[in-house]
Design a protein around this ligand. Sequence first.
Ligand SMILES: [Zn+2]
Length: 1001
Amino acid sequence: MALKELSTTQSSPKHPRDMTEKQDYKDTVFLPKTEFPMKAGLPQKEPGILAKWEADGLYHKLREARAGREKFILHDGPPYANGDMHIGHALNHILKDMVCRTQTLLGKDAPYVPGWDCHGLPIEWKVEEQYRKKKLNKDEVPVKEFRAECRAYAQHWVNVQREQVKRLGVLGNWDKPYLTMDFDSEATIVSELLKFAESGQLYRGAKPVMWSPVEKTALAEAEVEYEDITSTQIDVAFEIVESPIAELVGAHAVIWTTTPWTIPVNQAIAYGPDVEYTLVEAHGRKLLLAEALFDDAVERYIRSDAIPVGSGWQVRWEGKGSDLAGTIARHPMHHLGGFFAKPRPFLPGDFVTTDSGTGLVHMAPDHGEDDFDLCKAHGIEPQFAVEGDGKYRADWGWLGGQGSVINPKFNAPDGPICSDLREAGGLLAASADYQHSYPHSWRSKAKVIYRCTPQWFVPMDRPVTPAQAGAAGSLAQPSLNKPIAAPASAGATILEDGPDAVGHAQGIPATLRELAMAAIADTRFVPEKGRNRIGSMVEGRPDWVLSRQRAWGVPITLFVDRKTGQYLNDPTVNARIVEAIKAEGVDAWEAARAQEYLGSAYKAEDYEQVFDILDVWFDSGCTHVFTLESGKWPELRWPADLYLEGSDQHRGWFQSSLLQSCGTRGRAPYNAVLTHGFTMDQKGLKMSKSVGNTVDPLKVMETNGADIIRLWALSVDFTEDHRIGDEILKGVADQYRKLRNTFRYLLGALDGFSEEERVSDVAQMPELERYVLHLLADMDAKLKVAVEDFDFNSYVRLLSDFANNDLSAFFFDIRKDCLYCDAPESLKRRSYRTVLDILFHAMVRYAAPVLVFTAEEVWASRYPDAESVHLLEWPEVDAGWVDISLSDKWSHLRDLRSTVLEPIEAMRREKLVGSSLEAVVKLRVKDPNLEERANSLDFAEVCIAAEVEVTGFANDAVDEVRQITFSGKTTHHKCGRCWRHLPEVSEDGALCGRCDTVLSN
Ligand SMILES: [Zn+2]
């Protein structure tokens, strides 16, 4: 702030015109007057302002005020209702609020209906955690009771988070949020699922999915995080029993793995067709492995004492992987018979590399995607040997009933697997020292595995056609004995033939993947890189695994025919189910009521009732239906103009909503998607409670106020990862203080401003006023572009820079003398105050979406009886204010001004002058145009100096563009009232001509 506060404490009892002694004119100057405090006190003030908004029904008033206007619908992505708001939530909600408020400011009807995601593992896990603390077993609690606790838990956190987000100043329909656990929502989710069923877009298949043995459920990619761990690595020898290459028979193929527990379900060995292999012999033992990995492997065997040091290796055969076709090995545990006695064929795998291991990869189709695909292509089916809790099933021939497979001891070099292999002569090396990145559940932090299980899927590559409604979906008992047939389009084994036998011929509609890719092309992404991000995910994603084996969620309400394995597709039955859930919620789906839903047309005993629940992403993927489309919130409409979430939601909500909507409505539920990055600590490190570098938004609000967090959130480049910390918040508080003081100055300088004083004809105003109006119009246009681009960082920067550089340090500073000392009726002073009034109305509106509380305080300070500032619309800025030639002139003059201010600052530092008003500066400029411009007005006034003399260079040949020729102190006396040093002032303390006239009238 460049403004100096003049003291208002002294006043003189003497008549101002009494010149006989030194006169004090302080009470004759027109000082700014305002009650608006410099110190914000936000933490104390904000709650009161919030309460007033709530009491006044501001959200609903805005709906009335904008009724019938163009709508802008931002659809809220539901956070999980399971914990306090953290800084990421705060940023997310502030951005959403900023979008709605700027659109509202533009005159649109931009409502905000907040929502919460209430079902699913995060909440179920928390409730189970409470059980575990009480030594209770979840499986012993009646499921309805358990769900009731989950419901209560979610409701508790909905209430907590609602108050926390409201405290940020986020304006929304807080009395009527949407919850995925509302009965209406649950019924809608079921009815949306049944749309997929009715159009044949569901199948039950088997496929390795990410599985958490601890949580006993399949997990979505978004529920998994990677961490570095140390695993046991083992080298296992499989004896070759058959091969077109005679030397190989009786030799051992060596495989390497970091998941020893998959060896009991090995079914084949993969080789790289182009990889070079070698058969080497030492100590009567022949080993087959990739040539490139031989040295590394031998080192491991020596370390494990499997092979003596210095063995003389003899090469017995060399060849390409493709030569190995037709080779067959046997499992080291083949003596157990049955499954273990079956041949282990060598299969060609493009995924085999020589990066690590042995170049021969053991295949367990139950537990790996490559394994599953390669084995399936060769008719080898998964065995479902590992159960949900991570133990082998009791009837498994080796280690039956043992596990869990994620237990490090189970996999250790001295654990049961390695011990048995060692005893059977199959273990070449084992060491617990392999470091790698491995997937973990982000909730339980436990390791996850790939596990083949029967699950319900939405196919990505099957034509989507409503004509298939009525056609049965597929499925069957996940029989372990039944051969699994019919290769599915996208990798899953369909347990029975489904409608995807339909070819993709002429006239056949697009697949879900094609529809989703087309919708991505039609959507606006901010930033644009989001398009590729979600695009590459959708392009490469497998079929959507819909089922979860949990209790707290929306059921997959299907009946499967026990004879045909097909799910029942009867709209009458479906309607009964949807009605029941609408009335009673998800508890209505229970075994005892199967016959009630099936009605008289079917017998309950002929059908298997499915009790899997839906992936919670399907729930949130349906929010657009039960919120935007339902009519329950009249202020909304479908589709949304904008979805706005963290960039991780390309994998989550953006995608599940896209797939859900494309599968049922053929297009995305949104027109645009905006993503933000993540909040790091001050040093750019990830925040974590254990590291202790988190910033709690609730605490920041308590100490600094919500407007400070808002200003932070809207100042950072949110499209990338960004930072927060004490130092950063200090900078933000400083930025806030400057904006606040700009408003304080405007309020004070406008004290008593009336319409009579207004200069309505801008053309009559001095150049400086017209120039500032030009700057305002210019910024106004840029702010609109920033709103359109959701570029809030630029929006706030434009506003701050304008307030600091154009107003405080320039316009206000130069016009201080005019405001304080010119006659109130002078055109110049009236022009200045007219422009200040225009600036006030514009600035308070621009600032309102950012500093929601402060803007209200500013507005109420000037108009105590007016309605909320947030009901106002975008300021009316006259396009006629734009004056390019004036702008060009003044930008040159401002540049010259800074040249003049340099020596003045130096003189002040050296105490050669007390204030810039005492300074005299003489300079030469090369540019005759600039010389003329400076002399066209009182340039000393612009520089707030006693005298500034601008002349040209006599000699054209000089190189310098500008040259200061003199700087020093004025010899003129100082006016006792305005403190300017002018030739007409007879002695220090006497009056200048202007002041004399002002006081005479
Ligand atoms: Zn004066």
